[in-house]
Design a protein around this ligand. Sequence first.
Ligand code: FE2
Ligand code: FE2
Length: 179
Amino acid sequence: MSTAPLEGMKKDMMINALELLRSQHDEVEDLIEQIEEMEDPGKKAELFADLADNLAAHATIEEKLFYPSVNAKNTHESLVEATEEHLAVKRLLSDMMNLDVEDEHFDAKLKVLKENIRHHAHEEEEEKLFPKVERMFNKDELAALGNEMIAMFEMLMAQEPRRNVPAETAQAAELQPMM
Ligand SMILES: [Fe+2]
Ligand SMILES: [Fe+2]
């Protein structure tokens, strides 16, 4: 699958796929901390909508572009586990979208979400995935993949991607066949 390069994107602006995902993980953790500290319910709901959009778009670019691209014998099992972890996150998000931000269960679910995401991002970054991916691909390949991923991410973010989450809670995303 190929995506048209971002308009005006120059060659020296190529983004490494792994750095892109790492920076999105950091941004999500940062948003969660802002939500935890926010006392104004209106602003808390806005921050949560932003978090849900970011998580939905991040999960989609991983499931549609990153995971299929890195699906190999030595990563397959971790990727299947990752899609199950995405499912757990989507279910929490979907529950939270139906709760008032002032409900005590909203904050309780936010804590569980934060723990799930920390665990999942740590496994992706440090343990099971990125170190293997770094050995499978060279810098140019990772940059090309990163560009495709950021183009899809920005396209999704323009369409309130959180609205797709409730429809994705029945089962884990299907992994594309091994390369
Ligand atoms: Fe993930
Ligand atoms: Fe991720």
